[in-house]
Design a protein. Structure first.
Length: 246
């Protein structure tokens, strides 16, 4: 005795169509596989370093928490694909050929805590580029040899930022008026830039003197003071004094 009618050929075909449509997502970014030339583990880490990739990987698991695509030749971070990864906490894009990033690049990455953009070919960082990254704790932006311009408000919304490293770029000036206001910032890497210590950057030098105890007082800052030996001596004395109590 059959309680259920046998499925007709028509309904089987519909069912098949349904599974097929659901199984093959409309966008490559929505699939749950592991990208070619990458290794995905059950900790939601996707490792694609040094695979000679020229494009941002397709087929990333949506729940990816760490993405390592360093040591490739990726030119662009596509906002659409990247922003599907709303659980991303760690993103290493160091040592690629990224030339620009914009406000929309990181539009939806509200959990991102670590971002490494070192060893790329960026030339400028615009206003609000990192604006959506409200959980960002560490930003490494070193070794972009042509990077000569960082907008004064580039980091103004990154209230969780603790470590910012802009060493070894081509910066002659850095307007620190918004950095001063960041409540969590405790380390600022500045070395290896061709700082010019004229009136425009006087603010930078002055601030480091006052707040130097919070930061690694490094060569770049000392270079800024070479033009005025008395003030350089003042900085060193203040720094030693503060350190002798720490
Ligand atoms: C950048 O990646 C290339 C290719 O994997 C590698 O040969 C080179 O050593 C890397 N450079 C740095 C600074 O990591
Ligand atoms: C660094 O900036 C100067 C102008 O300030 C420019 O002449 C030079 O070409 C830049 N260096 C690189 C590697 O882009
Ligand atoms: C530094 O940035 C602040 C805030 O964006 C701005 O008001 C000020 O004019 C800037 N200073 C210089 C010297 O560009």
């Amino acid at each position: 005795m059959r309680l259920l009618p046998a499925p007709s050929a028509q309904s089987l075909r519909l069912l098949f169509l349904f599974i097929f449509v659901m199984g093959v997502a409309p966008s490559p970014a929505l699939t749950a596989g592991c990208p070619d030339r990458c290794v995905c583990d059950d900790q939601l880490v996707v490792q694609c370093a040094g695979q000679d990739l020229i494009l941002f990987p397709n087929d990333l698991p949506l729940a990816t928490r760490q993405l390592i695509i360093s040591n490739n030749r990726i030119k662009e971070l596509p906002a659409l694909q990247l922003n599907y990864l709303s659980d991303l906490v760690y993103l290493d894009v160091s040592n690629n050929t990224l030339a620009e990033i914009s406000e929309s690049t990181f539009g939806n990455l509200r959990k991102l805590a670590y971002l490494d953009l070192s060893f790329n070919t960026m030339v400028q960082i615009e206003d609000r580029t990192f604006g959506p990254l409200s959980s960002l704790v560490m930003l490494r932006l070193t070794d972009n040899p042509g990077l000569s311009d960082i907008h004064s408000d580039a980091f103004s919304e990154n209230l969780a930022l603790q470590v910012l490293d802009v060493s070894r770029n081509n910066l002659t000036a850095l307007n620190i008026s918004t950095l001063i206001a960041l409540p969590s910032l405790r380390s600022l890497g500045l070395s290896g830039n061709p700082w010019t210590c004229d009136c425009d950057t006087e603010d930078l030098c002055l601030w480091v003197l006052i707040e130097g105890f919070k930061f690694q007082v490094n060569k770049a800052v000392v270079l800024c003071w070479v033009g005025d030996p008395a003030m350089l001596q003042g900085l060193i004395t203040a720094y030693r004094h503060i350190n002798s109590f720490s």
